[in-house]
Write a protein that binds this ligand. Structure first.
Ligand SMILES: Cc1cc2nc3c(=O)[nH]c(=O)nc-3n(C[C@H](O)[C@H](O)[C@H](O)COP(=O)(O)OP(=O)(O)OC[C@H]3O[C@@H](n4cnc5c(N)ncnc54)[C@H](O)[C@@H]3O)c2cc1C
Length: 522
């Protein structure tokens, strides 16, 4: 994401000032460590409000957190038939149409893009304001309808299959940048805005949100938060948890609640924004978010070193991580993934650097010297278009994927996970492809198809056992229903799962938000 990718001063109406490049000796920059560019605010009188302030309307009751509420009988059980269909559907549809306008309520064949794991929703509703989101949540919940928050839909299949039909609540009409204060290095935007569109806006002012999950042109800010999505640059810049400082959510009761704010150190009491990160739409609908930003770097480069053995690649990664170089990405690829990137080797180490041009030049030279003695050869630059492929390269390496599992393991166990995982697949007659954000221990294994679901499920169970034995976790990110029926998506939640169940029961006592799709049956 180099600054050179931004429009030139001459090509933008406002132009932008050269941001202060900020690099520290620590691996992950602390925030805020530099002042960034001093840009005029996007706030323009009343056209873009300073920040969302809920209007007092029937649809916008003041926010409050739900504590200790119990219900004798869930609304869902009263309103949903044995077949999982909603009983009072026509009445609910009328109410929803009156709330958001008939063109923004889809039914029938228009629902085909919103089928999840073979289950068609009752309707897809697209509110045009935060107040309308709150009203829709209240109305759907009162009818006992499950609510499926929907951003770009890029990760909507992640999770257990939806146990009952419900209402898709789409955020595609909430796409405003509410406030961008370049001098403060913060931005507040509505949750339906795609990351790609946000980056375009920020780039014009020499800044960026340092998150790079795949499919940024479709993935929305709300989905990003709900999925805690990240990409290869998380090695240096962290994840949503490091960047989200404020959030507005609509709770299951239709309350509009704000947590955190625009100030980087703003938490008095519990850090509520964190609760919603990675909650997969089960605790509330994210409608607005405030993030910390960074100045765009002067330059950025991606380099690949080829290896004859994955073990040597792992050794080189460890030496790199212990060196004085500050990579922004450290990716390890097995033969299948490396070949898919056109590298043609048994393993590859793909390393990114950013910063001032001379820093990047120096680090690129040092990398060659560092990996050479460990078997790294042919260090070559990769085209910038390679960046977004890195997070999905294991999957891309499979012509017909049978399942995709992501692992969180100790960085020292990355090579073992990849090698033992591939070995387990081979023992069951299956092949696999592997890639890892090696520095943070985030590994992806893609299992190739061609065998029956039972064999796939057996391998996945072995993969999970392997990760757990090493103190890690495994998530079944994607698999056909026949496999999902045999392997849990999230694994055993354990005692933490029981605490999560209690949090869910407090915040969503009617169990209407993405019910049954998350860990521990949440
Ligand atoms: C091929 C592929 C590979 C991927 N690889 C990675 C990877 O390597 N690392 C990684 O971190 N991510 C990965 N992802 C996930 C993806 O990048 C993110 O999950 C994405 O940011 C989701 O955004 P979305 O708007 O498409 O969300 P959706 O797909 O619409 O929704 C995802 C989940 O979030 C919920 N949700 C959506 N919007 C909201 C909201 N406003 N409020 C509350 N809940 C909401 C949904 O109900 C659903 O449970 C991958 C996705 C794909 C398709």
């Amino acid at each position: 994401m180099p600054r050179s990718a931004a429009p030139s001063r001459a090509s933008t109406a406002s132009g932008w000032r050269r941001p202060i490049s900020c690099r520290s000796s620590s691996r992950r920059p602390t925030w805020p460590s530099c002042s960034g560019s001093r840009q005029p605010s996007t706030r323009r009188g009343s056209a873009i409000p300073a920040r969302y302030s809920p209007r007092r309307s029937p649809a916008a009751r003041p926010g409050r957190w739900l504590i200790g509420r119990t219900r004798s009988k869930s609304r869902a059980s009263r309103s949903v038939s044995e077949s999982g269909r909603l009983r009072p559907l026509p009445a609910l549809l009328d109410t929803l149409r009156a709330t958001v306008g008939a063109p923004h309520v889809l039914t029938g064949v228009d629902l085909s893009p919103f089928v999840v794991e073979g289950r068609t929703p009752e309707a897809a509703v697209f509110p045009g304001s935060v107040e309308e989101v709150a009203a829709v949540v209240r109305q759907a919940a009162a009818a006992g309808a499950a609510i499926l928050p929907w951003g770009g839909g890029t990760a909507i299949a992640v999770g257990e299959p939806p146990p009952r039909a419900g209402i898709v609540l789409g955020l595609r009409r909430l796409t405003r940048v509410v406030e961008h204060e370049p001098g403060d290095l913060t931005v507040t935007a509505e949750a339906g805005l795609t990351l790609g569109r946000l980056q375009e806006t920020l780039r014009a002012r020499g800044q960026w949100l340092s998150l790079d999950p795949p499919d940024a042109d479709r993935a929305t800010l709300g989905g990003l938060i709900a999925a805690n999505a990240a990409g290869p640059r998380r090695h240096l810049y962290g994840t949503v948890r490091d960047l989200l400082i404020g959030i507005t959510v609509v709770t299951a009761d239709g309350d509009i609640v704000r947590g955190g704010g625009k100030v980087v150190k703003n938490v008095a009491g519990y850090d509520l924004p964190k609760l919603f990160i990675g909650s997969w739409g089960t605790l509330g609908v994210v409608v607005e978010a405030t993030f910390k930003l960074r100045p765009l770097p002067d330059d950025e480069r991606l380099l690949a070193a080829r290896f004859d053995r994955l073990k040597d690649c792992g050794a080189a990664a460890r030496v790199l991580l212990a060196s004085e170089l500050i990579p922004n990405a450290v990716e390890m690829l097995d033969a299948a993934a490396a070949t898919t990137l056109g590298l043609g080797a048994e393993a590859a180490l793909v390393v990114g650097f950013d910063g001032l041009r001379e820093q990047v030049d120096w680090q690129a030279t040092e990398l060659t010297a560092l990996v050479g003695p460990l078997g790294g050869r042919d260090v070559t630059p990769l085209a910038p278009v390679t960046w977004p492929r890195l997070a999905t390269i294991a999957r891309e390496a499979c012509t017909s994927p049978a399942a995709l599992m992501t692992f969180s393991v100790l960085p020292t166990l990355v090579v073992d996970t990849m090698e033992q995982g591939a070995q387990a697949a081979r023992q069951h007659g299956l092949s696999s492809a592997w890639a890892a954000h090696a520095g943070v221990g985030a590994v992806t294994g893609a299992l190739m198809g061609g065998r029956e679901a039972a064999a796939v499920a057996t391998v996945l169970a072995e993969w999970r056992a392997m990760a757990v034995a090493g103190g890690g976790t495994a998530t079944l990110t994607w698999a056909p229903l026949a496999v999902k029926s045999q392997v849990s998506v999230w694994g055993d939640g354990g005692p933490a799962g029981r605490i999560m169940q209690r949090i869910k029961a407090q915040l969503d006592p009617g169990n209407v938000l993405n019910p049954g799709r998350f860990v521990a049956g949440i």
